[in-house]
Design a binder for this molecule. Sequence first.
Ligand code: SAM
Length: 329
Amino acid sequence: MIDPFGRRITYLRVSVTDRCDFRCTYCMAEDMTFLPKRDLLSLEELDRLTTVFVEKGVRKLRLTGGEPLVRKNIMHLVRQISRHLVSGALDELTITTNGSQLAKHAAELVDCGVKRINVSIDTLDPAKFRTITRWGNLDQVMAGLDAAQAAGLKIKLNAVALKGFNEHELPELMRWAHGRGMDLTVIETMPMGEIDADRTDQYLPLSKLRTDLEQQFTLTDIPFKTGGPARYVEVAETGGRLGFITPMTHNFCESCNRVRLTCTGTLYMCLGQEDAADLRSPMRASEGNELLSQAIDEAITRKPKGHDFIIDRTTRRPAVSRHMSVTGG
Ligand code: SAM
């Protein structure tokens, strides 16, 4: 699959549920209305869809959400998809999780061929963790991280950089992550979906964070890539890697290799645009995959050049109406 800008699409992110057991303040409103369960694709349908993408050239697949590990029987889907790792059709199967259910699933993830996972954690302070996630329990996430490392999973932590909330804690979070052999990636908050807070108050440009970090640490740009949008530096003092995901201050769309599938079978060709393609109807219209394959090809011809996110006091509306939990980041 090659889009109109010559970018090869080799990475599929699948949001397996829009539901989550946390309500991170920058991600969701507290009283979210989730999709009725009957609108969700079954696990068999998700497997069928992802398999068609693998047959069409996807080499890396990430399960996300909502919280992927709260979807009922999610390990059944992981197990099914893992056959593509065994056959060599897929290079990597991974997952982005808030870690709350990780202790339960870490060993089985490894057994299914998952090698690396991303765990989202914005602060190491239990009270602040509860505040930012509204419903989360840091001890439970820590137990998940312990279990994941014990099972042999490599972990990258993701932290959304939030002005006045965790900006002064990020150096400590980085030291802690690197001390435990985990990479850390910091992310700029993106204007997706209505939330209860004002995003202008939360937005911290990572260019500023980098300048602040450089007062204390020696950061060296490195060409390390994981197939995602992060740009990495090596931190001399910790010996670890720090990634920056900068959708606001530095557009990284020229190297975009990704498309995103939701749990209802809608394909978003860009995280930051509204245009989407319905894959559920062509999938359900016939037993074979020809219609589905055509619909995917047509969607790829509509992949836009990039996103245009703006966060400022004059731009009140989010860039896209859906929350990050629909497409999974
Ligand atoms: N529940 C899983 C988790 O916590 O990682 C997967 C889904 S979550 C939507 C994926 C990532 O998106 C998390 O790291 C989360 O912090 C991040 N995120 C959510 N809303 C965001 C926003 N508006 N801007 C930037 N990152 C956001």
